[in-house]
Ligand binder design. Sequence first.
Ligand code: FAD
Length: 457
Amino acid sequence: MHEIDQTQTVTLAGAGLVGSLLAMFLARRGFQVEVLERRADMRREGGSAGRSINLAISTRGLHALRQVGLEQEALQHAIPMRGRMIHSVSGELSLQPYGKDDSQHINSISRAWLNKCLMTHAEETGRVGIRFKQRIQEVDVDTGALTVLDEPSGVTHEARTSVLFGTDGSGSAVRQSMMRLPGYTSTQAPLSHGYKELTIPAGPGGAFQMEKNALHIWPRGSYMLIALPNEDGSFTCTLFLPFEGPVSFASLDSPGKVLAFFEEQFPDSVPLLPELTHDFFHNPTGTMVTVKGMPWYVGGRALVLGDAAHAIVPFFGQGMNCGFEDCVVLDGCLERHRTWEEAFAEFFHLRKTNADAIADMAVENFTEMSSSTASARFLLEKQVEKALLNAFPGQFLSRYSLVSFSRVPYRMAYEAGTRAGGIVSELSEGLSRAEDVNLERAAQLIQERLVPFMKEH
Ligand code: FAD
């Protein structure tokens, strides 16, 4: 058995969001942490931090940052988004609040700013060294030998570690090496949609050209456009579109077709997107994948976490939040156990079922965002849900609020949320106004279906 010994140096693959945060947690426990990152140092060489310019951070992610003293600094750079601002084809706007009131909101934050902030604070612990342009190519998890490519020289060398953490994202080299071992399995389910980022620049004097405190959605069924605010007054828009088919990245093959598509489907966005066709053809088309695998560890020698263990599609805004929660849970496991293997085994046991649950909810949420948000029935149900959240605080909890505004395990949020959704649907039957919802019947249904479940868990 491999004892947890604070004098050990541990190695992390990847200084992305999860790797940089994990480095802080491990440094706090006294370890020396060496991080190998394949990209250049974005604090010196600029460039993109990778996919998606901004992200939504909510309760789980903020809780993790609080543990390392960074929540307040992050919130100073974040923009609260209190609800979804739905844009209809005719340009009408309607705000669907996320929570029971404005205190329940999610936050738009720059990926690059957050990643740089985490790397800098990790290094400032004095225990973390990040080596950039070091690509891990191969891992022998039995011996702890890593084959690392030094990108500037093109020379490959061998490194050794006693404990390796794979935080190298959805295409993880560490996971791929682990999955070659007998008894290890992993599946990758790519989405048939891709995404493209576009920019709505700030208006005169850095003004926001749309409502600042909302996540904007243009829901159109099999595709949608969304926009999140940035600190400088701009918005980053993301177009989610099938790769193939009658309306797809394949079919939109000329500037004229792109412009005509936007004018027909998202007309109010067109005057706000001066570089639309340029961005469309110059920005990369991103892919999205759900990764599920097991187990996530090899004895006490290697563990994958974050996207490397469980990449999910972005429609619940939870990938990073879930990866940050991994760091908190692992920290607790390291506190409780004497050996790495015991800690890794407990971590896997605690997280696997929850990672699977948020992966499934994220796929389901695509339908909610791209289609349901546009329907009158959905709107009514959301208003009924809000009425119940306010009328039965602590007793009635929606899936969205459990996922985004609580830290109850995702599996429980999934199951309780399904029960809550059933109650809302039943109470909305035949209703034309949320104000007319039958609260007596609601109380009865909540007592019968939700309260016993919450007590049980
Ligand atoms: P990554 O961020 O991918 O970081 C991995 C790091 O490892 C990178 O720095 C990479 O360069 C490095 N690396 C990779 N391979 C190697 C190697 N072989 N050797 C060395 N280094 C390596 N999540 C949210 O919570 N909220 C959101 O709103 C949200 N929006 C999203 C929108 C989009 C369009 C997408 C695609 C994702 C979104 N996510 C969101 C998910 C979020 O981006 C990920 O869950 C998060 O980035 C995972 O962090 P990570 O550190 O595990 O992986």
